[in-house]
Design a protein. Structure first.
Lengths: 1230, 287
């Protein structure tokens, strides 16, 4: 590999030829014979070139770059930092790309701390890859930081870094050991690295499930540079390879020797002493940045060449992750370094410049120069970044210094950019609203299921609320806090149908809470600044240390974060895990798959390039938004589908190998995929909808277990994805092809996928993917989604928040240079969540010629017309069904009720067998259902045109309008009739059944309740006393009457009278009166009358008189009688007046006064309130009770007296007589 | 009548083992003249119910029942007209109506072949005339009319109060021109949980001193005082369920509530002691 570079540097071959050579398996015709010859000899190594190049650059930069966020580089791995298996010899079978440099046994044994050894659990046994090994080592060393004893510093296997340092346990409070970010204290040897505290990367569940996080952590650059290339350092990185082919083995061998030599030469680490650099560059906090000077670039030509090759590889998508490389380049651009005196001593021998004999980056100037060179080639990508990043780039003084032209272009791009990206904060939970259509009783198999689900919904939200309250608290644990409750709840979901209901709720809530960008990871930019601003700038020392920690990937996980469940998603993930219910998981997968299919197949509006400007603009915003909503929903659903689907196969144990793996493969290949993603991908590619399909597919695949990529089925998918990746060359712009931002999105998500641990590292580089071949597969329709500008920066950054790392890097540079704290703090403004629906799928009713015509009609109309017509049809159709229910069916129900009444009258109370009755009713009524279709047609005919007219622009041509109306009518009718013809009979049966049971129930206990109830008079102002108040008042009087009472307790006659008056008012104003209250009022009034009759009510008044005057009592009774007669609408239990208990009240009085009772009874008969017979019966039954003897006799007398009175038919006479006499007495007494 | 926790505790403190009689209520009113009677009664009733819930079990042991029954029998044997049952209930610190039920049940067990059904007992309590024994009928009736916390009459009063406030609330909504669905309509539509009113178009309630208002989708009327115990039960059984289905809403505790309980405003459950006056509705006019 080095040979290729060598020949390139010696200008034996051109850059273009090299790139062609890498990219294509066959020699291009453009290559000149000399080049071809030179390269063809290297052919076997072709695939290894790119990984070599990437590693090479990382290695080189590691010597110069100070700490900074690491650049992960999975692709590389040429030099082995760690043995593939602890202590094991490297195996050459896999990952040939990574074996350029053999592991140095001496080093690994000498240097490996037990912790670092853990880096050995790797999926692929074989030579460890530099990247992986080192990063792991760093990631792990963090965990062991305080007490690790010895800690290996940066990748020791690097050929460029000879010094292996073992440092003492770090003293965190020691500023010397933990210097401010960016200030690298130059040690005497200039090669030691101060211990650097690396922020612990939270190890999330899914990560622990995946294989060691080799690729996501730090690259060599994050480790300290030997600040000086010293004499020792001038050893050639190519090891002075002679031109031509050298076998890997040779190269490796030489490296090993070289390494051990280096090791001996740099025996012990030295303690770095802080020494500030040039006073001019001394900013607050002792931070110094070296001024990069274009004039001091050491080997321009060489750098230019390498930059060109590197850029070309990036441009051709030969690197796995575009943004990772950009990140690396940004790191180079923003590299800080101390200016030291030694720097000036450093001189290169001119002869070394054109070979690999000397380090590529000899100074910060070289780094910046190289970075700017590369950036110049990728202006187009840069100009499509968000406005904030552009601003930081345009303001970068180094960029200005090295390439004013590029800076000018960037500034122009910044000024023209509208790509403001804001990642919103997660919204608080909002419940899924109850939908009567789907959630009512009729959709459940039983009452029990319905009520269980009712409870479940509440438990679910209770759990959710508790999670919201506590999940950020330290020490709170999801499983401990909620696990058992969730499982108990899942345990109640017995019926399968309940599971599907619950899953529907779960999925809706998931979409509602997490689909918005905020829910998905909105804190990416918001997290670190919070800590910084909280601390305040005064504690700079600590601040810098903190900053240093923050620079390392934390929440966002750097430019290549592992798949995570940020924000609310964590709840749903944990819920699934805690529930651990296979039924739930199965239903969830079914539901997710269905929804994914539905959304993926959604006809997204087609762009009409020829649209009038204004309208299309408005439409476009809506369409882009709709696309974003659909895409984000799909990604979310696919992520969870992937999570659940691969859950059973993921575990903490290392992936199987050898025979075990083979048998697992054989088994797994039999299992059908949970969702046929391959077909969906193929279709998506064919229909040029990759921009929709691929991003969600990537989410799905990111949760795959280690075996998945080895399965034939998924291998096919990866092959397709790799080809797609290769074909997305950004510089190839073409009207018919994919939009730039669409490509960028795909490159970003695919690049991210290729860095996922479970995706084999060699996959990318092994793939022979001539991109031309890929193009052939596509039978492109006129306008696929891919060619529409559906992606904007907001969507790009929402889907790929890790792109924001670029901005962080630049912002950090700014903040570091100026000493401002939290330089990249960005105020995040919460925006409201879009709750727009995902858009209804257009009815799939298009058949026949008419349908084709309709399609054609829409083709040349603005897309909004189609949406309007479909919308109207959908709504009118649905309204039609509701209307039929409310009219035709309701009429039928009324008929049922009257029929039933007849039936009941003829058959008596019982009404016959209800089931039989129902059948009779069904047979009479169901034929009427046929009317529904005619009525439905009529309804749609009537309603649709108006709605279409109202919604379409006024200026729509008449012909277009009438066509649109007709289509709407047709579609609505079709929809309504389809539903009606399928369901009307069942609907009628259901309603009739409900009506029958209602009627039969009402028939039961209280026929009077069904009688006509009178309301208040129209003039009533509802000022009458409240029924509750009256019952309470009467109850008080009754309790006084019954006793026990204090001697001073009693009621005034006026109060009694007022009470009865109020009762009359209340009964006349029915506003607040409910039947139970009226019943109790009736009963209480009867009790009150009994106490009046027995003269038992204690009256307040002069001490002598504690009894009510006879006349007053009569008057009160009279008032009560008229209330009973006139104002009570329910039954009054007058027979209670003659109950043994109430009559017994008389027994206690001495002397016994019977006249009031006699009066009352006569009046009752008189007013027709009680029949004489009824009274006779009551009196008769009174005789059965046990009475004192005299009382029984008197009772008998009363009874005889009453019965002796003449019966009706001459009631009139009696009535007049009595009434007159009564009035007389009343008047006389008052 | 929004009370602070401290105010509420002061009132509750006065209610420890006070019998639920007219006289007790009168004294309470004298003690706290500034509080509304309805609020006091509501607090009294709730405190007493809590007390009964705590002590319920000890009155329902068979030994306790037997001893009560014997004491009742001895008492009425001496003087059937004396308030035997009522005095017994007050003496053992149990609700008179519940004591009446206990004794009635015991009595029927002794006198009927089959153990009495719940509905028979309820019916006899509603109408003591149906009780076969005249003396017991009188005793039971006396207990019921003298009990201001339990019994069919009190139940009816509570029900009536609840109904009346719902009606009042409905009128206020109509007056404000806010269209709504009531419980019956909701139930007919198949809703599983039904607040008193769901607003068809949500409104915003502005709070004094607050810039932002609170969205209200539903209103629940509670004709009682909102104390901790009842509020938490309501939250669990009703309010959160409503929130889970319909979003944020308003609870009106007509007889007041403990101020500190109104802590879920941001979460979407708002407490008031009256119909809010500062309501903002969605404007239909185009700006």
């Amino acid at each position: 590999m080095a040979a290729v570079l060598e020949s390139l540097l010696r200008e034996e071959v051109s850059v273009a030829a090299v790139v062609r050579w890498i990219a294509r398996s066959t020699q291009g015709s453009k290559d000149n014979p000399g080049e071809a010859a030179a390269l063809s000899s290297l052919r076997p190594l072709r695939k290894e070139f790119v990984p070599f190049l990437l590693n090479f650059l990382r290695e080189q930069s590691s010597r110069v770059l100070p700490q900074g966020p690491p650049t992960p580089a999975k692709a590389s791995g040429a030099s082995a930092a760690l043995p593939g298996r602890p202590g094991g010899p490297p195996r050459g079978s896999r990952g040939a790309r990574s074996q350029l440099f053999p592991p140095t046994e001496a080093l690994s044994t000498a240097a490996e701390s037990p912790v670092a050894r853990r880096g050995g659990r790797r999926r692929v046994p074989g030579p460890a890859r530099e990247r992986g090994g080192r990063s792991l080592e760093e990631g792990v060393s963090v965990e062991s930081l305080p007490g690790a004893g010895s800690r290996r510093l940066r990748g020791s296997g690097s050929p460029s870094r000879p010094s292996l340092t073992l440092s003492d346990p770090p003293n965190l409070s020691n500023l010397e050991e933990f210097p401010p970010v960016g200030s690298v204290p130059p040690g005497p040897t200039g090669r030691t690295k101060p211990s650097r505290r690396i922020n612990p990367t939270p190890v999330s569940e899914e990560r622990s499930l995946s294989k060691p996080k080799t690729c996501f952590t730090s690259p060599p650059i994050s480790c300290v540079p030997s600040s000086q290339p010293s004499a020792l350092d001038t050893r050639p990185w190519g090891l002075g390879l002679p031109p031509g082919c050298r076998s890997l083995q040779e190269e490796r061998e030489m490296l090993r020797k070289e390494r051990s030599k280096q090791l001996q030469q740099s025996p012990t680490p030295t303690c770095p002493t802080p020494e500030l650099g040039s006073p001019l560059l001394n900013w607050t906090g002792g931070l110094t940045d070296e001024l990069a000077d274009p004039a001091r670039v050491s080997s321009r030509q060489r750098l230019e060449l390498v930059a060109l090759v590197y850029s070309s590889c990036i441009a051709e998508n030969l690197v796995p992750n575009l943004f990772l490389e950009l990140f690396f380049v940004f790191q180079l651009l923003t590299a800080r370094r101390m200016v030291t005196a030694k720097d000036n001593d450093f001189e290169l021998s001119p002869g070394a410049l054109d070979s690999l004999e000397s380090p590529l980056f000899q100074s910060i100037h070289d780094c910046v120069f190289f970075a700017v060179q590369v950036l110049e080639c990728h202006f187009q990508v840069l100009s499509n970044l968000d406005k904030g990043t552009l601003k930081l780039l345009a303001e970068n003084e180094r960029l200005l210094c090295f390439s004013p032209a590029l800076q000018g272009r960037l500034r122009a791009a910044y000024e023209g950019s509208v790509a403001k990206v804001s990642l919103v904060m997660p919204p608080s939970a909002q419940a899924v609203s109850f939908q009567p259509e789907t959630d009512n009783r009729a959709n459940f198999s039983s009452d029990r299921a319905f009520h269980t689900f009712k409870k479940q919904r509440d438990v679910f939200y209770e759990v959710l609320r508790e999670w919201e309250d506590h999940h950020e608290e330290a020490g709170w644990d999801f499983e401990k806090g909620l696990g058992s409750r969730i499982r108990a709840m899942m345990g109640q979901l017995s019926a399968a149908c309940s599971h599907s209901h619950f899953v529907r709720l779960f999925q809706k809530q998931l979409l509602q809470m997490c689909q918005s960008p905020g829910g998905a990871g909105g804190t990416v930019l918001g997290e670190a600044p919070d800590v910084l601003s909280m601390l305040g700038a005064d504690k700079l020392g600590r601040l810098w240390r903190l900053q240093e920690r923050l620079v390392t990937p934390q929440s966002s996980g750097g430019p290549c974060p592992p798949p995570t469940f940020p924000g609310c998603q964590g709840f749903f993930r944990d819920f699934i895990l805690s529930a651990s219910s296979f039924q739930f998981n199965q239903h969830l997968m079914d539901s997710l798959s269905l929804k994914i299919r539905e959304l993926n197949g959604l006809t997204l509006p087609q762009h009409e390039p020829s649209d009038e400007d204004g309208e299309s603009d408005v439409d476009w915003q809506g369409e882009r938004r709709q696309f974003a909503v659909v895409l984000l929903s799909l990604r979310l659903l696919a992520k969870f589908l992937g999570f659940v689907a691969f859950l059973p196969y993921r575990g903490p144990e290392p992936p199987p190998t050898g025979e075990l793996q083979d048998s697992i493969l054989a088994l797994r290949s039999q299992v059908p995929p949970v969702l046929d993603v391959r077909t969906l991908l193929q279709r998506g590619l064919q229909a040029r909808r990759a921009v929709l399909t691929v991003p969600w597919l990537v989410e799905f695949l990111s949760f795959a277990d280690h075996v998945v990529p080895l399965l034939d089925y998924y291998q096919g998918i990866f092959t397709l994805l790799l080809r797609l990746h290769r074909s997305l060359v950004l510089s190839q712009e073409n009207e018919r092809k994919m939009c730039f931002l669409n490509k960028l999105l795909l490159l970003a998500v695919l690049g991210w996928l290729f860095q996922i641990p479970t995706v084999p590292e060699d996959l990318f580089f092994l793939e022979e993917g001539p991109s031309d071949a890929f193009e052939m597969d596509i039978v492109a329709p006129e306008h696929g989604l891919d060619s529409m500008p559906v992606v904007d920066q907001q969507l790009l950054y929402t889907c790929c928040p890790y792109i924001g790392e670029l901005r962080k890097l630049l912002a950090l540079w700014v903040s570091g240079s100026s000493g401002r704290s939290g330089g990249f703090v960005r105020k995040i403004t919460p925006t409201t969540t879009t709750t727009s629906s995902l858009g209804a799928q257009p009815p799939q009713t298009s058949q026949g010629l008419q349908a084709q015509l309709a399609q054609a009609f829409f083709h040349n109309q603005p897309p909004s017309l189609r949406r309007t017509v479909e919308f109207v049809a959908e709504r009118i159709g649905s309204n039609c069904v509701k209307h039929i229910k409310a009219t035709l069916v309701a009429d039928l129900v009324r008929q049922v009720e009257s029929l039933l009444q007849e039936q009941l009258v003829t058959q008596g109370e019982e009404g016959g067998d209800p089931a039989q009755l129902l059948e009779i009713l069904y047979s009479r009524l169901c034929p009427h259902g046929a009317q529904a279709l005619a009525l439905g047609r009529e309804f749609c005919q009537r309603k649709s045109p108006g709605a279409v007219r109202a919604l379409l622009p006024e200026e729509t041509p008449a012909a277009v309008l009438s066509s649109a109306e007709n289509i709407a009518v047709g579609l609505a009718t079709e929809k309504a009739c389809a539903w009606l013809s399928a369901n009307i009979t069942a609907l009628i049966r259901r309603e009739v059944k409900a009506a029958v049971s209602r009627t039969l129930r009402a028939q039961g206990p209280e026929p009077a309740a069904r009688g006509e109830r009178r309301g208040c008079s129209r003039a009533c102002e509802h000022h009458a006393p409240l029924p509750s108040h009256l019952i309470s008042e009467i109850k008080d009087v009754l309790s006084l009457a019954v006793g026990p009472r204090d001697s001073d307790e009693g009621v005034s006659p006026e109060h009694l009278e007022q009470l009865v008056c109020q009762l009359g008012q209340t009964l006349q104003c029915r506003q607040f009166l409910c039947p139970p209250a009226e019943q109790h009022l009736a009963k209480c009034s009867v009790e009150l009358a009994s106490f009046l009759v027995a003269d038992q009510i204690p009256i307040l008044g002069p001490p002598a008189q504690h009894r009510l005057e006879r006349g007053q009592a009569r008057r009160l009774l009279h008032m009560l009688l008229s209330l009973w007669k006139e104002h009570f609408q329910g039954p009054v239990p007058l027979q209670l007046l003659l109950s043994p208990r109430n009559v017994g009240l008389l027994a206690d009085t001495r002397p016994r006064e019977w006249d009031l009772l006699l009066f009352l009874l006569r009046e009752l008969v008189e007013k027709g309130l009680m029949g004489r017979m009824e009274i006779e019966a009551c009196l008769g039954s009174l005789h059965q009770a046990q009475w004192p003897r005299d009382f029984a006799e008197e009772l008998a007398t009363l009874s005889n007296l009453l019965l002796a009175e003449p019966h009706l038919p001459e009631p009139q006479l009696r009535a007049c007589e009595l009434v007159q006499s009564n009035r007389g007495t009343v008047l006389a007494q008052s | 009548m929004i009370l602070t926790k401290a105010q509420y505790d002061e009132i509750a403190q006065c209610l420890v083992s006070v019998p639920p009689t007219r006289q007790s209520l009168r004294k309470l009113k004298q003690r706290f003249p500034s509080q509304s009677q309805a609020t006091l009664l509501s607090i009294f009733s709730q405190e007493y119910q809590k007390h009964i819930k705590r002590t319920h079990a000890k009155h329902h042991t068979s030994e306790a029942i037997e001893s009560y029954y014997q004491r009742y029998l001895n008492g009425v044997a001496k003087n059937g007209a004396a308030p035997v049952l009522l005095d017994l209930a007050n003496e053992v610190d149990y609700a008179p109506s519940l004591m009446a039920r206990l004794i009635l049940e015991r009595f029927l067990q002794e006198h009927e072949e089959t153990p009495p059904s719940k509905s028979v007992i309820n019916s006899m309590l509603r109408d003591p005339s149906q009780i076969p024994d005249g003396v017991l009928a009188n005793q039971v009736y006396q207990c019921i009319v003298n009990d201001c916390c339990y019994g069919p009459l009190v139940d009816c009063i509570k029900h009536a109060i609840g109904h009346e406030h719902e009606v009042m609330l409905r009128d206020m909504l109509l007056e404000k021109n806010l269209s709504f669905l009531d419980e019956d309509q909701l139930r007919a539509k198949g809703y599983d949980k039904t607040p008193d009113f769901i607003l068809q178009v949500p409104v915003v309630m502005l709070c004094p001193l607050a810039v932002e208002g609170h969205i209200i989708h539903w209103i629940e009327s509670k004709a009682s005082f909102g104390d901790e115990c009842s509020h938490h039960a309501y939250l669990h059984d009703q309010f959160w369920s409503y929130w889970n289905r319909f979003g944020p809403g308003l609870v009106i505790y007509w007889y007041g509530f403990i101020q500190e309980l109104d802590c879920n405003r941001e979460r979407g459950i708002l407490l008031k002691a009256c119909f809010p006056t500062n309501i903002v509705t969605l404007c239909h006019s185009v700006a």
